[in-house]
Design a protein around this ligand. Structure first.
Ligand code: NCD
Ligand code: ZN
Length: 345
C-alpha cells in the first residue's frame, strides 16, 4: 500500500502561542489539520470568553492566506472561573472545552488549580451542558517522583473528581502511561484520552541515555518502554476513546538547549508522516483514520471533516527541516531518529 486517503485530520491538543511565535508556527498546523483544540496557556492565560474570542481573532489574522483552519478555543480553568461566562462561551460555539492545569504542572501553569473544591461549581455546570474538561493529568507535589505523577494523579485527583461530578466529560490529555490507558479503557462513557505523536516514538531512554537530549523533553515526560508500547497499542487499536493531540509546543531553541530547558516537543511539521510510519509499522494503517480523523470529532460531537488528505509513501526518505526561524526565535523540529517515507500529498 503506497497511498492512504483519510478524512482531513484534526489536532485535539495544540499550542500555538501568540504574537511572532504564532505567526511562525500556524502555517504548519493549517497545512495538515482542519481544526485544532487550542491550548490556553498563554501569559497571561486565556481565562474568559472575551479572552478566547480575542485570541481566536489573532489566530485567524495570523493564518496564511487561503488557509482553511478552524481554531477550537478553550478556557484555562482557574479558581475564579465564572460558570455563567463558561456557559455563554460554550453556547455561542466559541469554546469547545476547558483546560485544567494543576498549578505548577507545566509551562505557564501558575494560574492553575490548587484547591479543587473551588472549581466544583464550574465542573458541575460543564457536566450539565456537556462541555468537556481537558486535563493535564500530573500531580505537582515535589515528593512524588516525576515518572509517577500521572498514575498518582489518576488515583488521587481525577478519579475522585469524576466521582464528585458525575456526568463530567473529561479528556486525559497527552496520556503517557499504561495506567492512563487502562483507566480510560475501564470507563465506558465520558472519558477519552489524547496521545501525542512523540510519545508513540520515544521512551525515557531517548531523553537520557548517551547524553541529555532537550528536544525530547516534554511534559508529561516520556516514560519507560512498556508504557510507550501501551500507548502504541491504544492509538493503533481504533478504540474511539483514543485520538490524536500532538501537544506540539514551540519553544525557542535556546530555551530548550539551556541549563533549565523548557518542556515541549514541536511536531506540527512532521506529525502525519510520523503517524503513518508508526501505524504501518504496527500493521494498522487502516486505523490511522480512526485515531487522527474520526475519534476526536465523535467525542467532541463535531462532524468529521468533509475534505480528505492523501498520504503517499515514497521510495526515498522524506527530508524535513531540522528547524525554522520565527520572529520569536529559532524552533527545532522533533527528530524521530529514523527515516520516514510517508508524506501528505
Ligand atoms: C506545553 C507547553 O510548552 O506549553 N509543554 C509540554 O511539555 N507539553 C505544556 C503542556 O502541555 O504541558
Ligand atoms: Zn500541551
Amino acid at each position: 500500500m503506497n497511498t492512504l486517503t483519510i478524512p482531513t485530520p484534526d489536532d485535539w491538543h495544540l499550542h500555538l502561542r501568540d504574537g511572532e511565535m504564532l505567526k511562525g508556527v500556524i502555517g504548519h498546523s493549517a497545512a495538515h489539520f482542519a481544526r485544532a483544540i487550542i491550548m490556553p496557556n498563554l501569559v497571561p492565560p486565556v481565562v474568559t470568553g472575551a479572552d478566547a474570542a480575542a485570541y481566536r481573532d489573532r489566530i485567524r489574522v495570523a493564518l496564511p492566506q487561503g488557509a482553511s483552519f478552524e481554531p477550537l478555543m478553550t478556557l484555562y480553568l482557574t479558581e475564579t472561573t465564572d460558570p455563567d461566562d463558561v456557559e455563554a462561551a460554550a453556547n455561542s460555539g466559541l469554546i469547545k472545552a476547558l483546560k485544567l492545569y494543576p498549578a505548577g504542572a507545566t509551562t505557564n501553569s501558575d494560574s492553575g488549580v490548587r484547591d479543587f473544591d473551588k472549581v466544583v461549581p464550574v465542573l458541575e455546570r460543564m457536566a450539565q451542558i456537556g462541555l468537556p474538561l481537558c486535563v493535564h493529568g500530573e500531580v505537582t507535589n515535589s515528593d512524588i517522583d516525576i515518572f509517577d505523577r500521572e498514575a498518582v494523579f489518576i488515583e488521587t485527583v481525577l478519579d475522585p473528581l469524576r466521582r464528585r461530578v458525575p456526568g463530567l466529560r473529561a479528556v486525559m490529555e497527552h496520556v503517557t502511561t499504561a495506567d492512563g490507558v487502562e483507566y480510560v479503557k475501564a470507563n465506558d462513557t465520558d472519558l477519552a484520552a489524547t496521545i501525542t505523536t512523540h510519545h508513540l516514538i520515544i521512551n525515557r531512554n531517548h531523553i537520557l541515555a548517551g547524553g541529555i537530549r532537550p528536544h525530547y523533553y516534554c511534559l508529561p515526560v516520556a516514560k519507560r518502554e512498556t508504557h510507550r508500547l501501551a500507548l502504541r497499542a491504544a492509538a493503533t487499536s481504533g478504540d474511539a476513546r483514543f485520538f490524536l493531540g500532538t501537544d506540539s509546543a514551540p519553544h525557542p531553541t535556546d530555551l530548550k538547549e539551556n541549563a533549565c530547558g523548557c518542556a515541549g516537543c514541536y511536531t506540527s511539521v512532521n506529525t502525519m508522516s510520523l503517524l503513518a510510519h508508526v501505524f504501518e509499522e504496527d500493521g494498522a494503517l487502516d486505523r490511522l483514520k480512526n485515531f487522527a480523523s474520526l475519534n476526536g470529532p465523535k467525542f467532541y460531537g463535531l462532524p468529521v471533516n468533509q475534505s480528505q488528505m492523501t498520504l503517499v509513501k515514497s521510495d526515498q526518505p522524506i527530508s524535513f527541516p531540522t528547524g525554522f526561524e520565527t520572529g520569536a526565535g529559532h524552533v527545532t523540529v522533533f527528530d524521530p531518529g529514523f527515516d520516514v517515507f510517508w508524506h501528505p500529498q
